[in-house]
Design a binder for this molecule. Sequence first.
Ligand SMILES: *Cc1c(COP(=O)(O)O)cnc(C)c1O
Length: 369
Amino acid sequence: MIEATLKINIAALYNNAKYLIEKTNGGVIATVKNNAYNFGLEKVLHTFYNAGIRAFSTTSLKDSIYIRELYPNVMVFLLNPCEEFELLRKYKISCTLPSYDFLLKNKENMYDIYWHLEWAGIMRRSGCRSEEEFFQALEFASNNNINIDGIWTHFSYADEFDDKNTYLTEKSRWIDIQKKACSLCDFQYVHSQNSPSFARDGKLEGHTHIRPGIFLYGCMPYEIESTSEVYNKIQHVLDLTASVISIINLDLGESIGYCSSYVAEKDNTRLAVINIGYGDGLKRERIKNNIVEINGRRYELVSIMMSHTVAIVDNSVNVGDIARYYGKEIPVHEFTFRGVGSCSEQISYFNHNTLNVVYENIEYLGQVK
Ligand SMILES: *Cc1c(COP(=O)(O)O)cnc(C)c1O
């Protein structure tokens, strides 16, 4: 009987990094926020570095310092605004420049740091909100010896296909700004695209890098054609399994679970109880109209508890059989399309403290220092 097990395939992470590097002429800033999408920051960094990635972005200053301490020769980009100027200098962390006001307020302290000026677009988490502000900031920086090493934005509709095609509007607005800025200054880094934007457009003209997350981690950001190159080249990274620990037969009207969470609709309903639940990080939505794979066949899930789930099965399923919740044939993105939540959201919930976490093909980590 195996415990609920999360396998992380290092070879797939490596392959995905290699593929994106090849498609962008080396222009990949790997997004490793939130413990590398909950895959484990240290192992992910070693794998990506071994595959050839030399630029990383994250929202955490602590993680930025950690990356720098591992690798003296990479670009580390902090996506969030930060006023820890001494630390940014000491650890050579490139940092987002969120507004013209930030410059006015902090100009005395911003020397010897690499800044990437942000365009807010319609994301508006931070960044310049008008063209006027953007170019005022560029000019002010150049007059005050503040080094703007890059410009960037983050699209908020790249994985949406709304009637108004908002993505096209936000993209063309950014491209106007970007072209104008690039005609005035030389930047080492021009970047805007997450995974869905890259899937739609390839690396945009005038851009030095893409800034993918979820593609590196093996998931499709939206319903991409299964015949497309990217769909076939990106490899699923994770595999989540548990075991059937008991088989229960219910008659019509009998129930199982807290508060009779499932009531049998006919006699001789055969149920498998499986040793994984929401406490291990399965989202509750994962069981609604959803499925689990046992012995290569799919069965309907009907109940979820903290450490158990229940599926309706047939006579071929027995105690000890392996039940797969996510894997190559039952990928995370399938459940995104079924409304369970975005891929990153489903992955973020996995509880590494309760799951048996196994890294496979660790030779792809390379020479870990
Ligand atoms: C998370 C994030 C990304 C990566 O997005 P994916 O859709 O996972 O590729 C890129 N840029 C920023 C600013 C982010 O916050």
